[in-house]
Each structure stands twice: as C-alpha cells, then as structure tokens.
Design a protein around this ligand. Structure first.
Ligand code: PLP
Length: 195
C-alpha cells in the first residue's frame, strides 16, 4: 500500500487503516500517517514479517500507533506460535494485557506477587492469548540472533540478484530509498513483456 492507493480507497466511514510490511519490505509509513492523522484515522502496522527491517533509521513498526507481530514458524523470529503488539498508547497496552488474560482486572503476575490474592473482576469478554514462559525463552534467544539472521538473508538476496542478473524481464525486490528489508521473503516481478 502506498499513500496514493490508500487515499483513493478512504471513505468518510474509514476508522482505521492496516498497512503491511509485505515479506519484510517496510511500508512508507510517514506519508500515510500524515494523511490519516489529519482525518482521525488510526494506522495499524501489520509488521508480522518485519522483525529486523528498518524504516528511516528506526526499526520497522516503531512509527505506527500500534504494530502487530507474528512469531509463527515461517517468520524470521519465531517462538513456535504466537505474536506481539507494540504501541506507545498506554491505555491500549493495558487493555491488550487484560484481554489476553480473560480480561481479568488483576494480572496473574500481580496475583502471584501478593500474599492475599486480590479479588479480580471481568469488565468485558477476554481471551486466553497468553504466551508461555518457555516460548518467551525461545523468543529471547531468537531476538539475540536477529541481527545475524537478517545479515544472512540480505546476503542471500544479494546472491540471488547477482545470479539472476542476466535473466531478462525480471525486476527484483530491493531496499526502498527510505529503509531496509530483512528479506524474510525474496521475490521478483516478471515484467508484462515477458509473459
Ligand atoms: C504471518 C502473517 C500474519 C499472521 O500471523 P499469525 O501469527 O499467524 O497471526 C499476518 N500478516 C502478515 C503480513 C503475515 O506475514
């Protein structure tokens, strides 16, 4: 999605926009936010593929109001299953923490930390979206290795571009001017003149 294709799709009913860092390729977020912020539209970044990608010198996902991440086995950083939300909005973070834990008003952590467990309340319908500590331990090791994984993938992408350079009619995925891809996926476009 670009700000141009987005602008054409907005209607007065639009409340939120989900932009995707497709295959790890960072979306050009600033112009999209400039358009949406002015209209009171929330921008959600689907950064499921984008761990280790960068946008204007910062990690991809850092500039969205809320970003969603995936740790599915196919992703560059995996915990077997699961994912993460990141946001600077403290109220949303608090609500997400509650919703993942049956919408309990007292977290399991706080219950464990107290002598007499405080009575909890359920203000809305929640879910069991908890990540296990064992998954988190796997994720932390993966996080330490993220830089290494990204460099390896970037080197492999460069090798593909080099090896296929003589094939006519292909346009390869490359870093955009404004950022870098983790090359979780590598793709190329077959130009229309080469069906
Ligand atoms: C993998 C992926 C998802 C789904 O992630 P889950 O962990 O299965 O929820 C969503 N969006 C994009 C762009 C993805 O690559």
């Amino acid at each position: 999605m670009s700000v141009r294709t987005l602008a054409a799709a907005l209607t007065p009913a639009t409340r939120a926009v989900i932009v995707v860092d497709q295959g790890g390729m960072p979306v050009d977020l600033d112009p999209i936010r400039a358009l949406c912020d002015g209209l009171g539209i929330t921008v959600i970044e689907d950064a499921a593929c984008a761990a280790g990608s960068t946008y204007r010198g910062r990690p991809a996902g850092a500039g969205a109001e809320i970003a969603a991440w995936s740790f599915h086995p196919r992703k560059i950083l995996t915990t077997g299953e699961g994912g993460m939300l990141t946001t600077r909005n403290a109220a949303w973070a608090d609500r997400a923490r509650k919703l993942r834990e049956h919408a309990m008003s007292v977290s399991a952590n706080d219950r464990h930390a107290s002598v007499l467990a405080p009575a909890e309340e359920y203000g809305e319908i929640g879910f069991n979206y908890r990540m296990t500590d064992m998954q988190a331990a796997v994720g932390l090791v993966q996080l330490d290795r993220l830089g290494e994984a990204v460099s390896r993938r970037r080197a492999i992408a460069a090798a593909y571009r080099k090896a296929l350079a003589d094939v006519e009619g292909l346009r390869f995925s490359e870093d955009p001017q404004y950022g870098t891809s983790n090359f979780q996926s590598f793709w190329f476009e077959v130009l229309p003149e080469f069906p």
